[in-house]
Design a protein around this ligand. Structure first.
Ligand SMILES: C[S@@+](CC[C@H](N)C(=O)[O-])C[C@H]1O[C@@H](n2cnc3c(N)ncnc32)[C@H](O)[C@@H]1O
Length: 275
């Protein structure tokens, strides 16, 4: 089949499972041919080599496997990160958490931070690139994210800035920390997610407990006990109220919630008293 015919076929295959079947067909064929999308237009009469392999790729996407797992890469902030099954695909809303965290690091001249739940390394890598003097200890409880984060940290040459550690939350972090940042699992156990998420992405990265905010609350308690001045976290759209009550009970100097681009509550910055 020619490129033109193959695209038509792939678009029809992806019609049910993808919101933008033509675009996804083009992305997958460009990936298969190791070319950019413009090449498909300028060479539409060329014959597609290894067509069976391309058909297998399309079948994976048709079965809702995320594009990022198929191609092994995700675009995030101003970089591309290696990603694979077992590690959460970084989401655009997490870029807001990074910008708010960066503002505090800049204003308070912070030099040492920690991240809980490193995943691909998205947050730590972007922050380390913004602040070449910043040191980061980044933890994860699972091995796959630590392995993928290591690969991404090596790609960007950031070994001297980011230390990875397998740990539950910050249990294994002894360094004095000025700011703690986290995009932890915060979804309730019984929340119904789309197939591309629940069937492919790791449960450890998604579900925060029966209610969903259990890990977030533990992170707040840990940060307070460890006398870490600032805590910046992503959270679920419905967690503002329970977390407001919770911080009133445990006592913080201030909590500021922020919204994502769709207008949903998406996270908070806490300043602890006496720090
Ligand atoms: C939502 S993902 C965030 C990944 C990455 N920081 C990002 O924003 O794309 C949460 C991460 O936390 C890790 N995690 C889950 N429970 C943890 C715990 N108790 N301690 C440390 N990490 C944990 C998961 O393995 C997962 O990599």
């Amino acid at each position: 089949m020619t490129i033109k015919e193959t695209l038509l076929w792939a678009r029809t295959e992806l019609k049910e499972s993808c919101e933008r079947p033509q675009y996804e067909a083009e992305l997958l064929l460009a990936y298969h041919l190791k070319k950019d999308r413009m090449y498909l237009i300028t060479h539409d009469a060329d014959v597609v080599e290894n067509l069976d392999l391309f058909k297998e790729t399309v079948a994976r996407r048709k079965a809702n496997e995320p594009y990022e797992y198929i191609v092994g890469s995700a675009s995030f902030y101003d970089i591309h990160l290696a990603v694979e099954e077992g590690v959460l695909i970084p989401r655009p809303e997490t870029e807001i958490l990074i910008d708010l965290t960066a503002k505090i690091i800049q204003e308070k001249q912070i030099r040492q931070i920690a991240e809980i739940g490193v995943g691909t390394g998205a947050i730590s890598i972007v922050l380390a690139r913004k602040f070449p003097e910043l040191k980061i200890v980044a933890t994860d409880i699972c091995e796959a994210p630590l392995r993928v984060a290591r690969k991404n940290i090596n790609t960007f040459g950031l070994n001297h800035q980011i230390t990875l550690r397998q740990s539950n939350l910050i249990d294994e972090v002894d360094e004095p920390i000025e700011l703690l940042v986290s995009n932890p699992p915060y979804i309730a156990e019984d929340f119904i997610l789309k197939s591309n998420v629940v069937d492919y992405e790791p449960k450890e990265a998604l579900f925060g407990g029966r209610v969903g905010d259990e890990l977030l609350k533990q992170i707040i308690v840990d940060a307070k006990e460890r006398k870490i001045p600032y805590l910046a976290c992503e959270m679920g759209y419905d967690q503002k109220e329970p977390l407001t009550s919770f911080v009133k009970e445990i006592g913080v100097e201030s909590i500021q919630f922020y919204k994502d681009l769709a207008g949903f509550d998406r996270g908070f910055i806490i300043k602890f008293p006496g720090t």
